[in-house]
Design a protein around this ligand. Structure first.
Ligand code: KG4
Ligand code: ZN
Length: 336
């Protein structure tokens, strides 16, 4: 089955063509208009998606070597995301599906992140624990079967990617902060500053990142501008250690508590080099199957949406033309 995937939930306009677990093309156009604002401007994102979606579709088809008439179904992100941005992709998908007289399926963006693992590691099978870490989410998701989700741990305040972005901002670095901190941390000593992990009494699988962010702020406020510059790599490395250890610690607990031996990493923060490295090491020690998506599938991309859509289509599901977009959309709620 050939599935065309469409992803426009934030600031990446992406269209992909997949055939089963094989990605024939996955074009991702990142919007640079937001850079000077230090964050994504929703209205600008929608307008950029409108401008980019047809050129991106043409590129995706060209790279796949197929034409629109070869496509069997369309999968599109219906949320969570910036509502105007989601609407651009969703309406485009509806128009294409109508014109081509093929089914389309609405996909939860976070389900897409989880299913990116099946592109990088096609042999994976539930039961598994999905560690979902992005700019908007930090969740431990128990997946006993395909498309079945139980949230067993979540953040009480900021998402981990949000913490990376906020810390980067207070250090005067660019946006998004995650990749910049990751890079700077390579030259730093991660044991230089003992930042707190963010434990919540009585809830061993829940996360908190606001205390960590504030601890970095207080630390920086005590230093002069020159001292911050001089210690930048150590601050980044120490923050990154605290942020990722909090994920690793809870992952280990969740795996043991639920007697699970497969863990998959998902979301933008899955690109973090320390998290990837440490999770692989932990998996080796514990005898787990560990899946980490290739870098191309960690960032927002349409191949993951197509792969999740394929799973739902194979399950006999599809959406109707009354399908709505959603700004918030829990993994456990129905998309259509
Ligand atoms: O999944 P994603 O692209 O968008 C959302 O759905 O939120 O995730 C974006 C988040 C941003 O907060 C970004 O700073 C973070 O992922 N991120 C990273 C890295 N690359 C991206 N965080 C830590 N280390 C990285 N290498
Ligand atoms: Zn995402």
């Amino acid at each position: 089955m050939i599935v065309l995937g469409i992803e426009t939930s934030c600031d990446e306009t992406s269209i992909a063509v997949i055939e089963g677990d094989s990605v024939l093309s996955n074009i991702i156009s990142s919007q640079w208009v937001h850079q000077k604002f230090g964050g994504v401007v929703p209205e600008l994102a929608s307008r950029e998606h409108v401008k980019l979606i047809i050129p991106v579709l043409k590129d995706a088809l060209l790279k796949s070597g197929l034409t629109l008439t070869d496509v069997d179904a369309i999968a599109v992100t219906t949320g969570p995301g910036l509502i105007g941005a989601v609407m651009v992709g969703l309406n485009f998908a509806k128009g294409l599906a109508m014109a081509l007289q093929i089914p389309f399926i609405g996909v939860n963006h976070m389900e897409g992140h989880i299913y990116s693992n099946f592109l990088s590691n096609p042999g994976l099978e539930p039961p598994m624990l999905a560690v979902v870490v992005s700019g908007g989410h930090t969740q431990l998701v128990l997946m006993r079967e395909h498309l079945q989700y139980e949230i067993i741990g979540t953040t009480r305040d900021d998402a981990v990617g949000e913490a990376f972005d906020k810390v980067a901002k207070l250090l005067g670095l660019g946006y998004p902060g995650g990749p910049i901190i990751d890079e700077l941390a390579r030259q730093g000593n991660e044991n230089a500053i003992p930042f707190p992990g963010g434990n919540i009494k009585g809830y061993p699988l829940d996360f908190s990142y606001s205390g960590l962010k504030t601890a970095v702020l207080y630390h920086v406020q005590k230093l002069s501008r020159e001292e911050v510059e001089k210690n930048l790599a150590d601050i980044c490395a120490s923050f990154q250690k605290a942020a990722t250890n909090s994920i690793l610690k809870r992952t280990e607990k969740a795996m043991k508590m639920n007697d699970i031996s497969t863990v998959v990493l998902a979301g933008g923060v899955a690109a973090n080099s320390r998290l990837r490295h440490q999770l692989l090491q932990m998996g080796e020690k514990m005898g787990w199957v560990v899946s980490i998506p290739d870098m191309e599938y960690c960032m927002d991309n349409a191949a993951m949406i197509a792969r999740a859509g394929l799973q739902r289509l194979q399950n006999g599901e599809h959406s109707s033309l009354t399908q709505k977009p959603f700004a918030t959309l829990p993994l456990t709620s129905k998309v259509f």
